[in-house]
Write a protein that binds this ligand. Structure first.
Ligand SMILES: NC(=O)c1ccc[n+]([C@@H]2O[C@H](COP(=O)([O-])OP(=O)(O)OC[C@H]3O[C@@H](n4cnc5c(N)ncnc54)[C@H](O)[C@@H]3O)[C@@H](O)[C@H]2O)c1
Length: 247
């Protein structure tokens, strides 16, 4: 990935940081996008191959700023890695319309906006790679995750649609499908449960490997899908779920 340029959303989160580190190890240069303030500390921590953009990826202006930053800074764009995501863990009766929209916008609309802005640059350049962060909830139902399942299902279907549409134009589009991952996202979920410890045990037990993933295990799959090692892989979801969806 030497001198290749990536846009990475959700860069300040658990999977985001792990992905950033692996991209930099491989020589890539990264536009790190996140709505959280911590994103601004990434260039000082990781050096001049990282540029930070603090932005909300549910807004089209954020996609524009991210792509412009890549082009203005390094004059190219090779990878779009959509990692940011949100959940409001509620069933369909309890979730409000505002919460539903927040999850659908955070997970599905953001991917739409980023892809819509990045793909014309890939077409101009003659190549490009997109990796979207789907989930086990793209392919199975999870109780208490109505909007999250709907939004991650949309992410998977958009992944397939874009892969088919742009395969002949040298643009690959894939998704990673994690089970539970040890990040602040999961901690927030556990803390919101009536019995966090019992939920922790139940979530681990639901994965045949008896545990959840470390962020690096998901990051390495994202980087693999983005790399030339996956040159004939497009339109797929690679599950990183300890066997969850195989059971
Ligand atoms: N942690 C899990 O158990 C789990 C399981 C399956 C899938 N996922 C998915 O993995 C991805 C990474 O999640 P994580 O576990 O690292 O969570 P995380 O909460 O640690 O990181 C998510 C990051 O996305 C950022 N973000 C959220 N909304 C944004 C917005 N509108 N604009 C810009 N940035 C925004 C947050 O600020 C945060 O830094 C997400 O897409 C999530 O849905 C997580």
């Amino acid at each position: 990935m030497k001198n290749q340029v990536a846009i990475l959303t959700g860069a300040a989160g658990g999977v985001g940081i792990a992905t950033l580190e692996k991209l930099l190890e491989r020589g890539a240069r990264v536009v790190a996008v996140d709505v959280a303030k911590q994103v601004e500390s990434l260039p000082a921590r990781y050096g001049s191959n990282v540029v930070a953009v603090r932005d909300d990826v549910t807004q089209s202006a954020a996609a524009d700023r991210a792509v412009r930053t890549a082009l203005d800074t390094w004059s190219r764009l090779d990878m779009l890695l959509n990692v940011s995501g949100v959940t409001v863990p509620k069933n369909i009766v309890d979730i409000t319309e505002e919460e539903w929209d927040r999850v659908m916008d955070g997970n599905a609309k953001s991917v739409f906006l980023m892809c819509k802005r990045a793909i014309p640059e890939f077409l101009r350049q003659g190549s490009g790679v997109i990796v979207n962060t789907a989930s086990i909830s793209s392919v199975v139902g999870l109780s208490g995750q109505s909007a999250y399942c709907a939004s991650k299902g949309a992410v998977l279907q958009l992944t397939r649609q874009l892969a088919v549409e742009y395969a002949s134009r040298n643009i690959r589009v894939n998704a990673v499908g994690p089970g539970a991952i040890d990040t602040p996202f999961l901690t927030r979920y556990f803390d919101a449960q009536p019995d966090p410890e019992a939920t922790r045990k139940a979530v681990a037990a639901a994965h045949p490997m008896g545990r959840w993933a470390q962020p690096e295990e998901v990051a390495s799959t994202i980087v693999y899908l983005a790399s030339s090692e996956a040159s004939f892989v497009t339109g797929t979801i690679l599950m990183v779920d300890g066997g969850y969806t195989a059971a």
